[in-house]
Design a protein around this ligand. Structure first.
Ligand SMILES: [Zn+2]
Ligand SMILES: [Zn+2]
Length: 256
C-alpha cells in the first residue's frame, strides 16, 4: 500500500493544499478532496479518469470543494473523449441528500455518461476489491457525522482521522496500525476547538500503539512551531510531518 498526501493543510493555507489523500492498493482510492488537492493529484502517476472510489470523511469545504472540478472534468472527458468507468462515492449519513441536491442543481451534473453510486457508511466495514475499509465516527462538530477511516490491504494498515478530536473511537481506529495520519490542526502552544493539537496526536498514537505517526491538516499557526517535538513528548515511534505529495510506503510495493 502506498499513501500520497495530496493536501496537508487547511482551507486557505498559503503553501499547502487542504485535506486529501491518494491511497494505492490493488486500485487507487481517494480520501477527501479539499481545495488544491486536484492539482496535486495531477502531479502523481495516477490517471484521474481511472479513479473509481472516493471516500469522504465529512463535508466541510476544506475536505470537499475540488470534487466539483473533478466531477465536471469527468463529465466533459466522458462526453468528448472516452467514457470513464463508474464512480462510487462513500461518505457519512447525509451523503445521498447532498450529492443528489448537487446533481440536480449544477449544470450538466444530472445526466452523466458514467454511473455514479452513492453509499452512506457509518461503522460497518466494507470491501473495495482486496482492500478492507473500516469507517468509524469521530468527534469533530455537532452539525454532522465525521468519519475516520482505517484501510487495510495485504496485512498492512493505515488510519486517517479526518477532522477529529481525541476520543476512544479514534484510538480504536488507530489500534496497532502501521501508519496513523492524524489531524494536527494546532500547535500545543495554541490549541483550538474541534481538532487536535500535536501533543494530543502523540498521546493518541501512543495509546493505540501505532507504529508510525504522520501529522497533517496544519493551520498556519501549527506550521510555525515544532509540532514533531511536541508529539514526541508522548509518542516514542517515528513521527513524520506531512507535506504535500509526500508518498508513504506502507508495506510491500504496489505491483506495477
Ligand atoms: Zn471539518
Ligand atoms: Zn478540515
Amino acid at each position: 500500500m502506498r499513501v500520497t498526501i495530496l493536501g496537508s493543510g487547511t482551507n486557505l493555507h498559503p503553501t499547502r493544499a487542504a485535506a486529501g489523500y491518494l491511497i494505492q492498493t490493488d486500485r487507487p482510492i481517494l480520501l477527501d478532496f479539499g481545495p488544491r488537492t486536484l492539482s496535486n493529484l495531477l502531479k502523481t502517476d495516477v490517471d484521474r479518469h481511472t479513479i473509481q472510489y472516493l471516500l469522504f470523511t465529512h463535508y466541510h469545504a476544506d475536505h470537499f470543494s475540488d470534487f466539483l472540478t473533478f466531477f465536471f472534468d469527468a463529465i466533459c472527458h466522458s462526453k468528448f473523449s472516452s467514457v470513464r468507468p463508474d464512480l462510487t462515492i462513500y461518505g457519512p449519513p447525509g451523503t445521498k441528500r447532498l450529492f443528489r441536491m448537487m446533481f440536480r442543481t449544477f449544470p450538466n451534473f444530472a445526466d452523466t455518461p458514467f454511473r455514479v453510486i452513492l453509499k452512506e457508511v457509518k461503522d460497518q466495514s466494507f470491501q473495495i476489491g482486496e482492500t478492507r475499509v473500516m469507517p468509524l465516527p469521530m468527534t469533530h462538530t455537532d452539525q454532522q457525522v465525521c468519519l475516520g477511516y482505517r484501510v487495510e490491504h495485504q496485512g498492512r494498515s493505515a488510519a486517517f482521522s479526518g477532522d477529529a478530536m481525541a476520543s476512544p473511537n479514534l484510538v480504536s481506529l488507530c489500534r496497532d496500525v502501521d501508519v496513523a495520519i492524524l489531524d494536527c490542526s494546532f500547535s500545543s502552544h495554541a490549541p483550538g476547538g474541534s481538532h487536535m493539537h500535536a501533543e494530543e496526536c502523540g498521546k493518541v498514537a501512543k495509546k493505540a500503539k501505532a507504529k508510525k505517526l504522520v501529522l497533517s491538516h496544519f493551520y498556519e499557526t501549527a506550521d510555525r512551531s515544532n509540532v514533531v517535538a511536541q508529539a514526541r513528548r508522548f509518542f516514542p515511534g517515528p513521527i513524520v510531518k506531512g507535506k504535500d505529495l509526500l508518498a508513504l510506503q506502507v508495506g510491500s510495493k504496489v505491483p506495477t
